[in-house]
Design a protein around this ligand. Sequence first.
Ligand SMILES: Nc1ncnc2c1ncn2[C@@H]1O[C@H](COP(=O)(O)OP(=O)(O)OP(=O)(O)O)[C@@H](O)[C@H]1O
Ligand SMILES: [Mg+2]
Length: 180
Amino acid sequence: MKKALTIWLTGLPCAGKTTLANMLFRSLLAQGLTNVEVLDGDVVRTHLSKGLGFSRADRDTNILRIGWVCQVLTKHGVCSIVAAVSPFRAVRNEVRAMIEKVGGPGSFVEVWVRCGVEECIRRDVKGMYAKALRGEIQQFTGVSDPYEEPLQADIVVDTSRESPSVSVGRILEVVNRGHL
Ligand SMILES: Nc1ncnc2c1ncn2[C@@H]1O[C@H](COP(=O)(O)OP(=O)(O)OP(=O)(O)O)[C@@H](O)[C@H]1O
Ligand SMILES: [Mg+2]
C-alpha cells in the first residue's frame, strides 16, 4: 500500500471493529508501513469528543471530528484505521467526500463489520447490551437507536461466520490490491 488510506470500520457495538482495527494495525506494521494510526471511537470519546453524548447531532459531530483528523492525516500520507459505530449513512458519506477530496478516489475504504444483533448481544463484551435491554442506558445502537446499514460498502466482513484473521485477510487483500 503506497497511498494514504482511511480504512473505516463501521458496525454495531460488539461487531468486532476494535478487534479488527488492532489486528489490521499490526499487520500493516508487519508489512513495513510506519505511518499508521488507529482512531478508536471509545478512545476518541475520552479526548477529542469528550462531553458529547449519543443524540444524532452529537454522534454526527463525533464522526465529523474523526473524519477531519483522517483528512489531516491523509494530507500527510498517514494511513488511518477507524473503529467507530458510525451508525448514520449520511455522515459516513460526508466523511468519504472529505477524505477523497484530499486523498483522491479510493482513499476512503468503508468496511462494514457485519454481525447480527443477536450475536452481538451474546458477545456483549462490555455489558452494554444488557444495560440497554434493561433500560438502564438509552439511545444504544442496535437496541434503542438505529444502525443504517451501508448500501455500498467497499468491503463487508461477516464476523458471525468468519474468524477475525479471515476478516483481516480479506480487508488486507482489497487494500493491497487497490493500492500497491
Ligand atoms: N471475525 C471476527 N472479527 C472480529 N471480532 C470477532 C470475530 N469473531 C469473533 N469476534 C469477537 O467479537 C468481539 C468483538 O468485540 P470488539 O470490542 O472488537 O467490538 P466493537 O465492534 O469494537 O464494539 P464497540 O462498538 O462496543 O467498541 C471480540 O470478543 C472478538 O473476539
Ligand atoms: Mg470498539
